[in-house]
Design a protein around this ligand. Structure first.
Ligand code: KIV
Ligand code: ZN
Length: 387
């Protein structure tokens, strides 16, 4: 049976750039867009064209360059924004305008100062105007997580009639729990069945962005919006690499779905973003953190040496991580891991030499938390000179 494709909509260049300290210049954005295309992202949200001349320029240069991903620009439900978005993406082979307006009572009352009917009128106008530039229009109910579902159905009917083909339900403030997102997505996807694709865009304020995205897929979402390394406003957005690898690793659960992502490009993409933004993923970050494949304890190292799957559910090479050896040695490491590391570094020691070197390694490990290849080389070299 053929699998349904879950579209991956990457917003690293737009929501990711809203992460404090993550601004990127045009050249860097072009480089990232090219890498996202290589990664197999379906839709690249290249920026917010109306935000500044620099953003407009970056979006239009990306639109000229990328061939295999849809290029999208964000636009508020305002004519000037939509015009800028439409003009910036004009050269793209595949193009989309993403327009949005808030639908939650708190946003409508305090931020927009508009009543629900006015919000619907603005949304319809925005979608109709966007359709003058492109065939592919996405509409977002900003703060969907705190919006009334009856009102979302009403505005959704109106924007679909106006020409929107993707309806995005952002949990803008990362407030919802997986079961709540699942229920919302189920109700909205049944309601819009055959008329639009339901998309989700989950923020990570409670650390649930990825869990909420997976629950949304299980309940009918066919597009997920996410960022590399989970960059984004405040606590960030759902991380692309975590969603994609969860779908792949748990194909027993998600057997009916697939993505177009070439997972071997995940690690190179993560590194590119970290290098450009200067924002390193936390060391224990799932999938791309520096410790994500590091086994420090002796018991784990011994297990991995005997059979990788004892403690590894993902093969590093599946995300393009080229590691001869993912073992970091430390004070919990056992003799087997130490011997294995020596062999990989090209040292063959007699049993006596090994015993003595292992003792000195343990002394070093008591003083130094992580022991790297250079430390081992230095230790063995001095061991040998002492012999
Ligand atoms: O979080 C959000 O609501 C957004 C929208 C603009 C889609 O980023
Ligand atoms: Zn967002």
């Amino acid at each position: 049976m053929s699998k349904e494709i879950i579209k991956i909509f990457d917003t690293t260049l737009r929501d990711g750039e809203q992460s404090p300290g993550a601004s990127m210049n045009t050249e860097e954005k072009i480089q990232i867009a090219a890498q996202l295309e290589r990664l197999g992202v379906d839709i690249i949200e290249a920026g917010f064209a109306a935000a500044s001349p620099g953003d407009f320029d970056a979006v239009s240069k990306i639109a000229q360059r990328v061939q295999n991903s849809t290029i999208c620009s964000l636009a508020r439900a305002i004519d000037a924004d939509i015009k800028a978005a439409g003009e910036a993406i004009a050269a793209a082979k595949m193009k989309r305008i993403h327009t949005f307006i808030a639908t939650s009572p708190i946003h409508m009352q305090y931020k927009l100062k508009m009543n629900p009917d006015e919000v619907i009128r603005r949304a319809v106008r925005a979608v109709e105007y966007a359709r003058e530039f492109v065939d592919d229009v996405e509409f977002s109910c900003e703060d969907a997580g705190r919006s009334d579902i009856g009102f979302m159905k009403e505005i959704t009917d109106a924007v679909i009639n106006a020409g929107a083909s993707t309806i995005n339900l952002p949990d803008t403030v990362g407030f919802r729990l997986p079961n709540e997102i699942g229920a919302m997505v189920k109700e909205m996807s049944e309601y819009t069945k055959g008329r639009a694709i339901i998309s989700v865009h989950n923020h990570n304020d409670l650390g649930l962005g990825v869990a909420n995205s997976l629950e949304a897929i299980a309940n009918g979402a066919r597009q997920v919006e996410c960022t590399i390394n989970g960059l984004g406003e405040r606590a960030g957005n759902a991380a692309l690499e975590e969603i994609v690898m969860a779908l792949k690793t748990r194909h027993d659960i998600f057997k009916d779905y697939d993505t177009n992502i070439n997972t071997k490009e995940i690690y190179p993409t993560s590194r590119l973003i970290a290098n450009i933004t200067g924002i390193e993923p936390q060391p224990n970050k799932a999938i791309v953190g520096k410790n994500a494949f590091a086994h420090e304890s002796g018991i784990h190292q011994d297990g991995v040496l005997k059979h990788k799957e004892t403690y590894e559910i993902i093969r590093p090479e599946d995300i393009g991580l080229d590691m001869e050896d993912t073992l970091v040695l430390g004070k919990h490491s056992g003799r087997a891991a130490f011997k294995d590391k020596l062999a990989k570094l090209g040292f063959t020691l007699s049993d006596d030499e090994l015993n003595s070197a292992f003792e000195r390694f343990k002394e070093l490990a008591d003083k130094k938390k992580d022991i790297y290849d250079d430390d081992i080389r230095a230790l063995i070299t001095s061991e040998m000179t002492n012999i």
